[in-house]
Ligand binder design. Structure first.
Ligand code: ADP
Ligand code: MG
Length: 701
């Protein structure tokens, strides 16, 4: 095999790294950035003074790339080469090449702000613009000044946004590694297909029956569609006339695929067999699949967006950006000339697609990030003036501050509290970490740990759709506990407790139609969380979760109270005259309990008057997902807090930023458009009022 482009540029890269603390490296996907840079640095002695950290925005990439590198270096995974992702650490004292998610590196910097165990930090896949990588970019800027003599920072990207990043790092050098891409012929559809699923299916079959050998890569938007496509293609291909075309192997590829199934994508096709890989956008730049000659680009991607004015998430299928379309096409020309079938007209590509994807920081809830930055406690870091590559909107920063205030993580003056500091130590979203702390006070920590673990291993309790042909028995799955009417959190707890009583038996999971792997993962997560809580808790912590001998309250009062505290203003009140709930606090709107919820009416046929929810999701209409019934008495203190809240004060010493002239007007505008579906006016008004008060005061001085 020809040497990877990165290896051909080894001397140039090393010369630049030697002379500079920050270097941007731009190279096509598949050029060897993720797998080779770390090995080069290792060979050149950079691991003598510390380990090399390579961040990945995606968990699956951290695992897959480290496995590959361990293989290339010829060591056991977890020894010299290892990985660390949330709730899973496969490193040892020997590890000197460590792949980790950007989130894990952020957490490491909490306990060790100088990150002095590392001699090199590589922020890989910077073009993905993940929220955590963006924050790390800001932190690195500060860190290279502190550790100028013994730290190298490399930022790698597959697309040409190097100039912007270089500017951000006061003009650091950019090394371009030209790829050896073969020409890719573009084939556009004359119009948008009615169903992108059907169009992809037809196109794939068409290529398979007419085109010469070469693998096909189809970009779909999500796991459900991928699974559907895989079985539809398999069925069709089996039924093709024997000898009419070569054999085909259809493979799914997505982030939640078990490792043993991912591996198949990296092994070459059997002789006389074409591979058809059906993937999410993970194959766009994160994972390189060799052998692809035909790409089918549906033009869509599933994107999670947060709207700070409504507190609502939506998981939307949106158009990809032009950069993404180019990346997808590029996958076809890695080994020889290829073809890219764009299932949209060329005018869409040229005129409709955005130039680049909106960075995650501008479409995420920032409560966790703001809490994290506040807990860093660095005198020269001020959240609202934090040096972002692209700043988030003031609205989403204000939203984060308000959420943190309601759950006592910051005080009215915007200072981080003792509770807030403790929360930051837990690898959980703020609502769940707050719940654990409250549960510890109320004596129901063990239950809360279970709920937090199961919710964090989110996929855990989604029942598997069993095909008739797969299921060995014709029996119906056994009934799961029902949450005793209190809702989904209690149901999750009861399910886990039943499994515990069954001695964590795998058959129990199978009989109840639950994924064994996911259940085991939640058990592991629970153990890790309890180990962290052991350091924090006032009493002994039930690490092994031996639930059998403890008798619980039958109405789960303490746990529900702790959840109410943790969720803060993720709170809704039942509307007497409407068929639904109204969310409370500063973002009032009508919502419904998700139909899949375990929440039930009481003896009088009435739903609880108040619920807390884990998430607001906007699909066909706004739904609350994972709800828990709570008492009015617990709601009142939260309402009081919300009434007295003043965003201006919350921003505390940070008012300068809220009132600072907006530097990123264009991005603010873009962000506005994304978020314009809700009622953010009141927040905006408050900020505006704060700004005016501030300016007035300044004028008086
Ligand atoms: P980049 O990060 O620049 O996109 P990578 O370092 O991920 O590139 O990949 C470089 C090459 O290494 C790929 O072209 C592929 O041939 C090979 N490769 C990467 N990961 C694997 C893997 N898990 N299994 C087999 N080959 C791999
Ligand atoms: Mg890579």
């Amino acid at each position: 095999m020809a040497a990877l482009p990165i290896l051909l540029f080894e001397d140039k890269i090393m010369e630049t790294v030697e002379k500079n603390s920050v270097v941007v490296i731009i190279g096509e996907t598949g050029s060897g950035k993720s797998t080779q840079l770390s090995q080069i640095l290792h060979r050149r002695g950079y691991t003598r003074s510390g380990a090399i950290a390579i961040t990945q925005p995606r968990r699956v990439a951290a695992v897959s790339v480290s496995r590959r590198v361990a293989y290339e270096v010829g060591v056991q995974l977890g020894e010299e080469v290892g990985y660390a992702i949330r709730f899973e650490d496969r490193t040892s004292d020997k590890t000197c090449i460590k792949y980790l998610t950007d989130g894990v590196l952020l957490r490491e910097s909490l306990s060790n702000p100088e990150l002095d165990q590392y001699s090199v930090i590589i922020l890989d896949e910077a073009h993905e613009r993940s929220l955590n990588t963006d924050i790390l970019l800001g932190l690195m800027k500060r860190l290279v000044k502190l550790r100028s003599s013994n730290l190298k920072v490399l930022i790698t990207s597959a697309t040409l946004d190097g100039v912007k990043v270089s500017k951000f790092f006061s003009g650091c050098p950019v090394v371009n590694v030209p790829g050896t891409l073969f020409p890719v012929e573009m084939l556009y559809s004359s119009e948008r297909p009615k169903s992108y699923f059907d169009a992809s299916f037809r196109t794939a079959l068409d290529i398979h029956s007419r085109e010469p050998p070469g693998d096909i890569l189809i970009f779909m938007t999500g796991q459900d569609d991928i699974d559907k496509m895989v079985s539809k293609l398999e069925e069709k291909i089996q039924n093709l006339d024997e000898g009419s075309c070569m054999d085909a192997l259809v493979l799914p590829l997505h982030g939640t695929l078990p490792p043993e199934l991912q591996v198949r994508v990296f092994s070459p096709a059997p002789p006389d067999c074409r591979r058809i890989i059906v993937s999410t956008n993970i194959a766009e730049t994160s994972l390189t699949v060799d052998g692809v000659v035909y790409v089918i680009d549906t033009g869509y991607v599933k994107q999670r967006q947060y709207n700070p004015s409504t507190g609502m998430y939506s998981l939307d299928v949106v158009q990809i950006s032009r950069v993404q379309a180019d990346q997808r096409a590029g996958r076809a020309g890695r080994t020889r000339p290829g073809k890219c079938y764009r299932l949209y007209p060329s005018i869409v590509y040229h005129e409709e697609l955005l130039d680049a994807t909106v960075p995650e920081i501008q479409r995420s809830s920032l409560a966790g990030t703001v809490l994290y930055l506040k807990s860093l406690n660095l005198p020269d870091i001020d959240i609202l003036t934090f040096d972002f590559l692209d700043a988030p909107s003031r609205e989403s920063l204000a939203d984060a501050l308000m959420q943190l205030y309601v759950i006592d993580a910051i005080d009215a003056a915007g200072m981080i509290t003792h509770v807030g500091r403790t929360m930051a130590e837990l690898p959980l979203e703020p609502s769940l970490s707050r719940t654990l702390i409250e549960a510890d006070e109320l004596g129901c920590l063990s239950q809360a740990l279970t709920v937090a673990a199961v919710l964090s291993a989110e996929i855990a309790l989604r029942p598997i759709q069993r095909n008739a042909k797969d299921s060995k028995s014709k029996e119906q799955p056994l009934q799961l506990p029902d949450g005793s009417r209190w809702g989904d959190h209690i149901q999750l707890l009861q399910i886990y407790e039943s499994w515990d009583r069954a001695d964590y038996d795998s058959d129990w999971c199978i009989n109840h139609n639950l994924q064994v792997r996911s259940m085991k993962f939640s058990k592991d997560v629970r153990k890790q969380l309890s180990q962290i809580m052991q350091k924090i808790s006032k009493g002994p912590v039930d690490v092994q979760s031996s639930l059998r001998h403890r008798k619980g309250e039958h109405d789960y009062r303490s746990l529900r109270k702790a959840l109410c505290k943790g969720y803060g203003n993720q709170l809704a009140e039942r509307m007497i005259h409407h068929n639904g709930f109204r969310t409370l606090g500063y973002r009032s709107q009508l919502v419904q309990v998700h139909p899949s919820s375990a929440l039930e009416t009481n003896e009088d046929g009435r739903l609880s008057d108040y619920v807390v929810y884990h998430e607001l999701i906007s699909t066909s209409r706004p739904f609350m997902r994972n709800v828990c019934a709570v008492d009015m008495a617990w709601v009142m203190p939260i309402m009081k807090k919300l009434e007295k809240m003043d965003v201006y004060k919350l921003s505390g010493g940070l008012e300068a930023a809220i009132t600072k002239p907006v530097e990123h007007e264009a991005h603010q505008q873009a962000n506005k458009e994304i978020n314009s579906s809700g009622t953010g006016d009141s927040v905006e008004r408050k900020i505006q009022a704060a700004r005016e008060r501030y300016l007035a005061r300044k004028g008086k001085k």
